[in-house]
Design a protein around this ligand. Sequence first.
Ligand code: FAD
Length: 468
Amino acid sequence: MRDVDVVIAGGGPAGCATAAALADLGLSVLLVDAGVDRHKQLSGELLHPAGVRDLRGLGFGDVVDAWKARPVRGFAVVFSSPARTVLLPYGHGATGLSLEHATLTIPLLEAVARRPGVTLLARARVTAVEHNDERGVRLRFSHEGVDQTVRARLLVAADGRASPVRRMLGIAEHFTRISTMLGLTVDSACLPYPDHGHQFVGGPLYALAYAIEPGVARVMVDLPLGSTADTLKERPELLRTLPPALRSEVRRALEQPPAPRMASNDDRLSATVRVGSAVLVGDAASCCHPLTGSGMASCFHDARALQDALRQHPEDVPRALESYERARRPAQRTRVALASALYDACSGQDEGMRALRQGLLHYWEHSPRGASASMALLASEDSRMRVMAREYLCVVGHALVGLRPSRRQPVRLRAAVPLLRSVGPPLRDAVASTVEQMGNWWHRRVRRPVYTLARSGRASPRRAFASS
Ligand SMILES: Cc1cc2nc3c(=O)[nH]c(=O)nc-3n(C[C@H](O)[C@H](O)[C@H](O)COP(=O)(O)OP(=O)(O)OC[C@H]3O[C@@H](n4cnc5c(N)ncnc54)[C@H](O)[C@@H]3O)c2cc1C
C-alpha cells in the first residue's frame, strides 16, 4: 500500500491547479487521472483575466506564455431586436485568453507532472473510497488493469461535474439539466468583434462565439434538451439569432467535418464540499451554464482557496477544509445564481424575459457604471451576492421603464408580472448568502479545539502534513 499526503482524483483544470498548489506547500501529491479524451470534449476554452492571473500565481506562467491563445478584451453582447451590440470590456484594460480546450488543458497536465512532489498516474481511475474519516482516507484505484490501494491525509475530488468520487463519498447535490450545447468551428473572420467573447441573445436560441486559434472560431449553440445537429439542419430558422455571415458559416460547418461536439449544460451545487478528509474542487463541487465562461477561473480559485486554508491550518486538516468551504461558498452561490438569471434573461421567450433583455440593453447603454459592475460579476472579479442582486434590480427597473411607453399609459402587466416574479430567486439568494456570511463571522469568533493528525492515524502533536 502506498502512503502519500494528498491524492487528487482528476487531472483537468481543477486537478492540475490543485496539485500545483498543494505541492507548493511541500506536500507529496498523487494525481490519478482517468484520461478523458480532451480532443473530443466540448468544454472550457475562454479564460477570464482572473483565471489567467491565478494560473500565473500557481506557477503556470511558462505554460500560459507558450499557449497559442487569442486575446479576449471582454464580451460583445449582440442583441437581435433591436439589432444592437454592447461591448463590455474587462476592467483596467485586462485581457483574457481563448484557445481550444485540449491545447489549454494538456500542457497544464504535462507541466504539473514535472513539478517536484507530484506523481501523475495517467489512465488511472479511482474506483472506491474504502475508508474516510477526519484522520485520513484509504482508497482504491485501477491503473493498467491492476487494482492498487493508497492511504492519504487528504483526498481531493477534481473529477468533473459527474464526479464518481463525490458519489463514493455520499455527498448529495442539487442537479438540474438545462439544455444541450452544440459546438462547431468556423472561420473567425465572420466574428463581428474578433477579440471579444460574443453572446448572441434575443433570437430563437442563445449562442456564444470566440476565436480559438488564428483563423478559427468556436461557435456554441444552445439547444433544447434532446436536440442534435440534425435539429439545426431541419430547423435552420433557429439560427436567425446569428448575424448573416456567421449563420452561413455555421450552416456550412454542419455539413462538413469535423463533426460538431456536444455537451449538456447543467446546474450542480453539492450539498457540502467536504466530508472527513475528503474535499471537492472545480466542477465536482459546483458548475453552471457556461454562458459566463467562469468555470475554469473558478477551478483555479478553488485551488488557491484550498492552498490558503491548508497554509492557515497546517496542523488541522478538518479545520482547513471547513475554512476552505466557508471561503469558497459565497462566490460559488453568486456564480451559479448569476449564470441562471442571465441564462433566463438571454434565452427566455416569454414577455417578461423579453422585457428583461430590453432592460439589460438600456441599462448597459445608459449606465457605464452598471456595465462595468455587470462585467466584474461576469468575469468573476466581483463575487458578492448583494452586488448581483442590486444589479439585477437595476436591470428590472430599466425594464419596467421600458414597459411604460408614456406617462399617460399604464405599465404592460403581461410583461411586468413575470418580470417582477423573476426578482424572487436573486433576492432570496442574496438574503441566504447574507445570513450565511453572518454565520461565518460568528463562527470565526468561536474558539474550537484544535487537534492534529498523524500518518499513524492517531491523534498526535505532530503537524498534520509533516513528513514522518
Ligand atoms: C459546453 C461547455 C462550455 C464551457 N465553456 C467554458 C469557458 O469558455 N470558460 C470556462 O472557464 N469554463 C467553461 N466551461 C466549464 C469548464 O469546462 C469546467 O469548469 C472545467 O473543465 C472543470 O474542470 P474540472 O477539472 O473540474 O473537471 P474536468 O475538466 O471535467 O476534468 C475532470 C477530470 O477527472 C478525470 N476523472 C473522471 N473520473 C475519474 C476517476 N474516477 N478517477 C480519476 N480521474 C477521473 C477525467 O478524466 C478528467 O480528466 C464550459 C463547460 C461546458 C460544458
